[in-house]
Design a protein around this ligand. Structure first.
Ligand SMILES: *Cc1c(COP(=O)(O)O)cnc(C)c1O
Length: 471
């Protein structure tokens, strides 16, 4: 493709993007395709026949768009968000164009220094003390694994990296409600899933510190080596908050590495009035939150903060001859701050988002999401046939439908309700189980969700539930 054609196509694609955002709330939010539908259409075409970009775009619309779940629809309330925004998308366009490989300072001084700068600005924005140093990872899962590896190495004077395990029986701890990425990290880091101890939660789905301490003591007596604890700052099920300060006290008494997982909820810390949810966070050894979830920044952008960057670097650095440079003493080489060598230029979109919204703009949007979640919860609370199943600490509302005198199985009723809602295409919610109860989850976090969307969602949920209740 020559540059003139490329320029024309860039304009065409730019228009496509702007058009998409104009009508994004008109698509079925959850893709309605059946399994293999997309694949079989693809299989019928010749992948290697040379075609123009016009054809590529047309085929993208015809074949793939029906199989797209519209995460950027204002009616998307499922899972946790992966939202974005115009400044982030514009930055990603530049990122794609420059196609940087940001493994070391020399391969992209701007990406390296912008990452260092933007991570310190983000740290100040969320009220983390200067004792933390940040690096961008691809995901919270990777950040948490990285924290575990760092904990493992620091506790063994970096010997497992050299010799492998020699019979150490480590134990790690998190709550029963903590994210599956913790278990995955424990498996990958070589501790063994059985050595992740899941601590019971209280009525609000938060870890009970007393139970944590009891398990640590029990493990010590049984000859295990308690290594690390992960606090959940906003669980994925119901956005519950572990008592970080109390857990930090226990971590310091038993010399555990303390990692805090605030993947989605971390964004709320840009609001001073929400910082009580992370009380004690300054005592942790590491913290992760994802601007790629709730902070208008394209996936992937996970902000990982550590107190001891030296330990992090010592865990991961390998310097073969071909990667040595004269500047290694003066600059950050982020390949040594995590698992992969190659790294995308991820700081640019974060910088664009922070500067385009500004602090006040970000705070306004996050406050509005919190207000809308409370509004939805209040409207549900005003009805006798709906029940909230967990406290609404932030932007996640867990609820179920419970018509009076209903003799059937409430879990089945609500699973049916969820299916009916999602197959309408009008909105998209997902579910969780809370104390064996099937809970619908509505998370208010999409960039363009407004009060009108929330009111319409509420009315539609009530209407659909009533229809189902009558059947
Ligand atoms: C989403 C989530 C994760 C995983 O995030 P990724 O960036 O997709 O790895 C981890 N912990 C919590 C609490 C989450 O909500």
């Amino acid at each position: 493709m020559n540059n003139d054609t490329f320029r024309k196509e860039l304009h065409r694609f730019a228009d496509w993007i702007a058009d998409y955002y104009e009508k994004v709330d008109g698509y079925p939010v959850k893709s309605q395709v059946q399994p293999r539908e997309i694949f079989s259409q693809l299989s019928r075409m010749d992948c290697f026949e040379e075609v123009e970009t016009e054809t590529l775009l047309a085929d993208f619309e015809r074949i793939l768009l029906p199989g797209i779940t519209h995460w950027q629809s204002p009616n998307f309330y499922a899972y946790f968000p992966a939202n974005t925004s115009p400044p982030s998308i514009l930055a990603e366009m530049l990122t794609a164009a420059l196609a940087q490989q940001c493994m070391i300072w020399e391969t992209s001084p701007a990406a390296t220094e912008l990452e260092e700068y933007v991570m310190s600005q983000l740290r100040d924005l969320i009220g983390l003390p200067e004792t933390f140093t940040g690096v961008i990872q691809d995901s919270a899962s990777t950040s948490t694994l990285t924290a575990m590896l760092m904990a493992r190495e620091r506790a063994t004077n970096y010997s497992i990296n050299d010799r492998g395990f020699s019979g150490e029986r480590f134990r790690l701890y998190c709550s029963e409600e903590a994210h599956s990425s913790i278990e995955k990290g424990v498996k990958i880091a070589g501790f063994g899933k059985e050595n992740l101890v899941k601590i019971p939660v209280d009525g609000n789905f938060a870890m009970i510190p007393r139970e944590l301490e009891a398990r640590i003591q029990q493990d010590l007596q049984a000859g295990f080596l308690p290594l690390a604890v992960v606090s959940a700052m906003g669980t994925t099920g119901s956005t519950a908050f572990d008592p970080i300060r109390e857990i930090a006290g226990i971590a310091s008494r038993y010399r555990l590495f303390h990692h805090v997982d605030g993947a989605m909820a971390g964004t709320a810390l840009i609001l001073p009035e929400m910082r009580h949810l992370a009380d004690g966070l300054e005592l942790a050894d590491s913290f992760v939150f994802n601007p790629h979830k709730w902070m208008f920044t394209n996936f992937d952008c996970s902000a990982f903060y550590v107190k001891d960057p030296e330990a992090l670097i010592r865990t991961f650095s390998i310097t073969p001859e071909y990667l040595k440079t004269k500047r290694d003493e003066e600059v950050n080489n982020y390949r040594d701050w995590g698992i992969p060598l190659g790294r995308r230029f991820r700081a640019l979109k974060l910088w664009f988002v922070l500067r385009n919204y500004g602090k006040a703009g970000l705070q306004t949007k996050i406050r509005e999401h919190l207000r809308l979640a409370r509004l939805f919860a209040e409207k549900l609370g005003s009805r006798k046939d709906f029940r909230l199943l967990a406290p609404v600490a932030l932007n996640t509302v867990c609820f179920h439908y419970e018509p009076s005198n209903y003799a059937g199985d409430l879990n089945e009723l609500n699973a049916g309700l969820l299916d009916r809602l999602n197959s309408s295409g009008k909105l998209y919610l997902t579910h969780t189980k809370l104390r064996d109860q099937f809970a619908l989850r509505l998370v208010v976090a999409q960039t363009d969700t407004t009060e009108r969307h929330i009111r319409e969602a509420f009315d539609f949920i009530v209407k659909t539930a009533e229809e189902i209740g009558l059947e």
